[in-house]
Design a protein around this ligand. Structure first.
Ligand code: FAD
Length: 468
């Protein structure tokens, strides 16, 4: 029987990063993945393919709606070749997952293809895809089995017309009318892909705003963008039923007045969140506790109820984000090596890759109010930036929330061009406990979108913004 210092179950960004860091630290490491490609949800059916389609559809939107403003004239019609777009997306996925194969080899990590299930606290059975089984031993085991799309109990997903994000990444036609249930990150990103490609899109959200966990100012601004694109944004609507009739999908939802409203489309994307995934893992055999939300229970060291078994990523509490899973993978590897790593969960940024992009880190205004924190706000609109006007990306703003007494930055919330990248500056500043004045006093290249951060910091300190 093969024996390892560490066995990782699941090869998503949590699992493969944990395996690499364990190997770097000199541990003999194995990784088990039930699918034939490594990389988990993120690389195969999540972050990477969705960003590939967002990029392609953005190019299409630019070409059809904005090139003319720049004096670029394209003779003849511009058409979408969805088959080619999806094939390109797949080749991006293939290159990326292939990169993980390379990294496993480079780090001498043994890869097992098959479903891993606990035999006991130090042994994992692998049911291989060729029908054979093998048992391997791990002194330590890391559960990184991720998540799957969740559903509402009364919705029957046929995966053709009533679909999850996984199917939405490989549609064979542009929907005529896509009904998106759930105005969270995934629903909005994929909704934007398809409205750009010509679909009518209706977003039905149970809460009173899209992106309900983000700062309300961001929700409002992104809602405007979707409305400008003629999407129907149905807030405070509770979906009651989803029914397929031939090629038609009928969604019924109850509005605030208690009336039932009917929506008819040809595709319905159900994006109501994700659930932690432990099916087939046989966690009980090892004594690993799963809580009533389906998450593997962990302490602050990401250790489960069994001391040599750890769990990371979407399968444990906290934000379901690839970079959070990666941080946890490194954290557990370094803990196993006897180091004392640290993760500040308050400083894990959240990003929505629509255009304009939405990004945030730290506390929202709603949270600061609830915690009775005395704070001040500095906000700066992108439209006041030369760089934004030069590129034609004038929507959005940067908002900095700082402690009223100490001036420490407590939260940064932004919507606008390139915010997914700009948020890194806010994370860095907050990691070093910068004050708003600190940010306002270091130089930002001109003309850049990043100047909006400096200007918002100036606005937060005695209303000193220079360009509004
Ligand atoms: P996963 O990536 O889910 O990987 C778990 C792996 O474990 C899977 O490969 C699974 O097959 C395997 N597995 C499960 N059980 C077993 C078993 N018993 N034996 C063997 N293998 C097993 N996050 C971001 O940060 N940025 C984004 O832009 C982003 N976009 C997204 C877009 C979409 C459409 C979706 C669906 C998700 C997106 N996410 C994004 C979320 C991100 O994909 C997840 O947070 C991330 O993949 C979690 O990583 P993980 O390692 O915990 O689990």
């Amino acid at each position: 029987m093969n024996s390892y210092d560490v066995v990782v179950i699941g090869s998503g960004p949590g699992g493969y990063v944990a395996a690499i860091r364990c190997a770097q630290l000199g541990m003999k490491t194995a990784i088990i993945e039930k699918y034939s490609t490594l990389g988990g949800t993120c690389l195969n059916v999540g972050c990477i393919p969705s960003k590939a389609l967002l990029s392609s559809s953005h190019h299409y939107e630019e070409a059809t709606k904005h090139f003319a403003d720049h004096g670029i004239e394209i003779p003849g019609d511009i058409k979408v070749n969805l088959e080619k777009m999806i094939a390109r997306k797949q080749s991006v996925v293939d290159q990326t997952t292939g990169g993980i194969d390379f990294l496993m080899k480079k780090n001498n990590i043994d890869v097992y293809e098959g479903l891993g299930s606990f035999k006991d606290a130090t042994h994992v059975n692998i049911a291989k895809n060729d029908g054979s089984t093998e048992t391997i031993e791990g002194k330590n085991i890391i559960i990184a089995t991720g998540s799957k799309p969740s559903n509402l109990p009364f919705i029957e997903l046929d995966k053709e017309r009533i679909i999850t994000s996984t199917e939405a990444l490989k549609l064979k036609e542009v929907p005529k009318h896509m009904i998106v249930i759930g105005g969270g990150v995934i629903g909005l990103e994929l909704g934007q892909v398809y409205y750009r490609l010509g679909a009518e899109v209706t977003v039905i959200e149970y809460m009173d705003r899209i992106l309900p966990t983000m700062d309300a100012g961001l929700s409002k601004e992104l809602n405007k963008v979707f409305k400008k694109a003629k999407c129907k944004m149905m807030m405070s609507h509770k979906v009651q039923s989803v029914e397929r009739k031939g090629d038609e999908v009928i969604v019924k939802a109850e509005n605030k007045k208690g009336e039932i409203v009917e929506f008819k489309g040809d595709y319905c994307l159900v994006s109501v969140g994700r659930r932690p995934y432990t099916d087939g893992l046989n966690a009980e055999a090892a004594g690993v506790k799963i809580n009533d939300r389906g998450q593997v229970e962990v302490n602050e060291h990401l250790q489960t109820s069994v001391s040599n078994i750890y769990a990371i990523g979407d399968v444990v509490r906290g934000a379901m984000l690839a970079h959070k899973a990666e941080e946890e993978g490194v954290f557990v590897a370094e803990t196993l090596a006897g180091q004392k790593p640290h993760i500040d969960y308050n400083l894990i940024p959240g990003v929505v890759y629509t255009w304009p992009e939405v990004a945030a880190v730290g506390k929202t205004e709603e949270e600061l109010k609830a915690d009775n924190v005395d704070y001040k706000v500095g906000q700066f609109p992108f439209r006041a930036l030369g760089r934004a006007r030069a590129s034609g990306d004038i929507d959005g703003f940067v908002k900095i929330l700082a402690d009223k007494t100490t001036d420490e930055v407590l939260g940064v919330h932004m919507i606008g061009a390139r915010c997914a990248d700009l948020i890194a500056e806010a994370v860095t500043a907050m990691e070093f406990r910068a004050s708003a004045e600190d940010i306002s006093r270091y130089s930002h290249a001109h003309p850049t979108f990043a100047e909006a951060i400096k200007e918002a910091a100036l606005a937060a300190t005695d209303d000193r913004a220079l360009h509004v």
